[in-house]
Design a protein around this ligand. Structure first.
Ligand code: NAD
Length: 502
């Protein structure tokens, strides 16, 4: 299949729409996986029906992609950064041209609403803009360290790099990695989630249309086998991974053991602390939007509200906002029936253990809507931190409310979490906000913000079990991750009596 035969995704509504079978993109061409490799259905979660399929590639497919990337590397490395960036400018314009089509595609393969999908694609554009701005910042420092002696730092590419991405942001998460990695002069192999292969398929096509030379970006579809082949491949120099903590830890350990540079972002349990002086309307609507946006399938979702003292009015208002969410309109679908069953289990267990179900989303799971995979917004009160839904990642539209008597008790609950992606405080007091910001154990923090994702150029990345490896994945840190600094000391003076230390 040539580029021109990959049709645009035709959907213009939530109506069920099929798409072409996904194929690997290797060396500037669509290719089937090696003979004998299985294919898997790609399901539209809103309808619970297969909209397409994806190959589950193996080691031979990964090797072909890595070989293509290795062959493309010397010419791409030697292309001036100012020229490389022109391709990213064009890719940005093409994504903006196809904004609605891409947003419908993300909505259909992932299940999130059209508005959420559009926000995702636009956030991807923001990441691309960060990459585009790098040539203006990447001039390394240089200094005359002595008479006639100059030291300078240049940022060199690593070679063939790879990215492994999750189901919940099929378009944006690849764009956390690609702009910085490509601008730096690396070539790349992307392995998207097998549940949502199409965002990566369209990205590959758009970068190709923007003029990216063959082999600079390759896409290999698949699951565990493809990941392991990438992680073990001797010619892959660095890997960015985003997914659950269990797999992030595994991939980080396996890749690091081969000497690769690894940055692996994992799951989360984010705590939003609510003080009694918090603004009622802002806090209730913001916390609900954080907990239920993208049906709670966000690593930055407000999974736990820690209610400090008497904040009953805010809890009541948050539950009221939750009751107003319309399934399918304000709240998208859940990725799979297995996820619906897992979320249901968490609620059943919590109820049995004494939590109070203020808003119950289980009915939607049973009834379904349109035959898809659904779970309604759920608010659980009097959750204890040790209950599974009080400390584990539920990854669904469930807000667990944990009661605390004091701010210090609330901070201790947050600090005890093994994760460390996000934490927020809702208060009108600058002193309380500062006290909490100095003490929470998380990498991305907010004051009166429900989803404290740093806007570019502030980098994205958590702490503790939410991230394995050093640095953050976006922003300037992303550029540093995909490059290695070279330090050059030059002497142009001719005096024989001088050493470099003079
Ligand atoms: P996942 O861990 O199941 O999958 C992520 C990637 O790993 C996919 O490409 C998948 O094919 C691959 N994979 C799955 N099982 C594997 C195995 N046994 N061995 C090797 N590779 C394997 O995650 P998911 O369900 O796709 O995504 C949801 C998770 O991602 C949540 O935990 C969420 O918090 C997390 N996430 C984290 C961030 C972050 O920035 N920290 C961002 C988005 C999602």
């Amino acid at each position: 299949m040539s580029t021109s035969t990959l049709p645009p995704f035709p959907a213009k509504s939530y109506d069920f729409t099929e798409y072409v079978p996904a194929r690997n993109w290797i060396d500037g061409a669509w290719r089937d996986a090696a003979e004998g490799r299985p294919r898997e259905a790609v399901t539209n979660p809103r309808h619970g029906k297969a909209m397409g399929s994806t190959p589950l590639s193996g080691a031979a497919d990964v090797d072909a992609a890595v070989k293509a990337a290795a062959a493309a590397y010397p010419a791409w490395r030697d292309t001036p950064m100012k020229e490389r960036v022109q391709i990213l400018y064009r890719a940005k314009a093409l994504i903006e041209r196809d904004l609605d089509e891409l947003s419908w595609l993300v909505s259909h393969e992932n299940g999130k609403t059209f508005a959420e999908s559009k926000a995702e694609v636009l956030k991807g554009v923001e990441c691309l803009e960060m990459g585009i701005s790098i040539p203006n910042m990447a001039a390394g420092p240089q200094l005359d360290v002595s008479r006639g002696i100059k030291c300078e730092t240049t940022f060199e590419p690593l070679g063939v790099c790879a990215g492994i991405t999750p189901f919940n942001f099929p378009f944006m998460v690849p764009l956390w990695m690609l702009p910085q990695a490509l601008i730096a002069g690396n070539t790349f192999v992307l392995k998207p989630s097998e549940k949502v292969p199409y965002g990566a398929v369209r990205l590959a096509q758009l970068f190709h249309e923007a003029g990216l030379p063959a082999g600079v970006l390759n896409v290999v579809h698949g699951g565990k086998d493809a990941v392991e082949a990438l992680v073990d491949h001797a010619d892959v120099k660095a890997i960015g991974f985003v997914g659950s903590t269990t797999i992030a830890r595994l991939v980080y350990g396996r890749g690091s053991a081969t000497g690769k540079r690894m940055l692996c972002l994992g799951g989360a349990k984010n705590h939003l602390l609510v003080a009694p002086d918090a603004d009622l309307e802002l806090t209730s609507t913001t916390i609900a939007a954080s907990a239920f946006g993208c049906a709670g399938q966000r690593c930055m979702a407000a999974a736990a509200m820690v209610a400090v003292g008497d904040v009953q009015a805010i809890i009541d208002a948050t539950a009221e906002v939750a009751r107003g969410y319309r399934l399918g309109e304000d709240l998208g679908a859940i990725i799979s029936p297995e996820s619906v069953a897992r979320i249901t289990r968490y609620i059943d267990e919590a109820e049995k253990a004494g939590a109070k179900v203020l808003v119950d989303g289980r009915k939607a799971a049973v009834e379904g809507a349109d035959g898809g995979y659904w779970f309604g917004p759920t608010v659980l009160d009097h959750v204890l931190p040790e209950m599974p839904c009080g400390c584990e990642e539920v990854f669904g539209p469930v807000l667990s409310i944990i009661r605390a008597k004091t701010l210090d008790e609330a901070i201790a609950i947050e600090n005890a979490s093994p994760y460390g992606n996000a934490a927020s405080i809702f208060t009108q007091s600058g002193g309380v906000a500062r006290y909490v910001m100095e003490r929470v154990n998380a990498g991305m923090c907010g004051v009166n913000v429900g989803v404290p994702v740093p806007r570019e150029p502030f980098a994205f990345g958590g702490w503790n079990d939410s991230k394995f490896g050093h640095g953050d994945i976006t922003g300037w840190d992303g550029f540093r991750f995909w490059t290695r600094p070279r330090k050059i000391t030059s002497r142009w003076a001719q005096q024989k009596d001088m050493t470099w230390m003079s």
